[in-house]
Design a protein around this ligand. Structure first.
Ligand code: AMP
Length: 217
């Protein structure tokens, strides 16, 4: 049995940062749909060109292409022991598809940590966020600064501010989250999989809470 985890929560709550840390500590593979889309945009693939038109506006990329991309990614051999899904599923259709996909593989979700923080915290986190050009490593100018300004600690590549982290797009992304993704909170609560995690704590404390949730403590 492999371990499949969905990290649920609004944009900017720390899912990406925590997924990176958890992947290192658990050996599970971090699968971020946002990172996969950004990779496709960088390489100017057909999928990237399509995704970019939605991402720039803070809208969701259509379900069918997103689901196909995730299916392809999680069926690769490196995901054999399991994955941490970050930013997916984001709609009830994607959640149903996740279940179907895992069931086809004879698997199921282990747990869905739901990370929350007040809106003003989220907006502050997003507007101070810097992302690494090469691999999407995440920093924050105040809460998690790199050792050298503008340079990724892990691979030395340039840090940049994502277009969709600019203020107007951030507000729209939060609205899209409330309208399209927040129904998943009840969806997974009803399924008995949801564990509430407070995201407005020190990074290390959030990680510990997540590890406890994963280990079923
Ligand atoms: P993220 O890096 O998770 O904040 O995602 C950045 C953007 O990628 C989102 O605002 C969407 O445009 C797109 N995206 C990421 N994941 C999904 C998904 N599961 N479904 C649809 N669009 C997505």
């Amino acid at each position: 049995m492999a371990t499949y985890i969905v990290l649920l929560g609004p944009p900017g709550v720390g899912k990406g940062t925590q997924a990176e840390i958890l992947a290192k500590q658990t050996g599970l593979i971090h699968v971020s749909t946002g990172d996969l889309f950004r990779e496709n945009i960088k390489n100017q693939t057909e999928l990237g060109v399509l995704a970019q038109s939605f991402m720039n506006k803070g809208e969701l990329v259509p379900d069918d292409v997103t689901i196909a991309m995730v299916k392809d990614r999680i069926s690769r051999p490196d995901c054999e022991r399991g994955v941490i899904l970050d930013g997916f599923p984001r709609t009830p259709i994607q959640a149903d598809a996740t279940k179907a996909l895992l069931n086809e593989m004879g698997e199921d979700l282990a747990v869905v940590p739901y990370i929350t923080a007040p809106n003003d915290v989220i907006i502050e986190r997003l507007s101070g966020r810097w992302t690494c050009r090469a691999h999407g490593h995440i920093f924050h100018e105040k809460f998690n600064p790199p050792a050298t300004q503008g340079v990724c600690d892990h691979d030395g590549s340039e840090l940049y501010q994502r277009d969709d982290d600019k203020k107007e797009t951030v507000k729209h992304r939060i609205q899209v989250y409330v309208e399209q993704t927040s129904p998943l909170i009840e969806y997974y609560r009803k399924a008995g999989l949801l564990v509430d995690i407070r995201g407005d704590q020190e990074i290390e404390k959030v990680t510990q809470d997540l590890l406890d949730a994963i280990e079923g403590k």
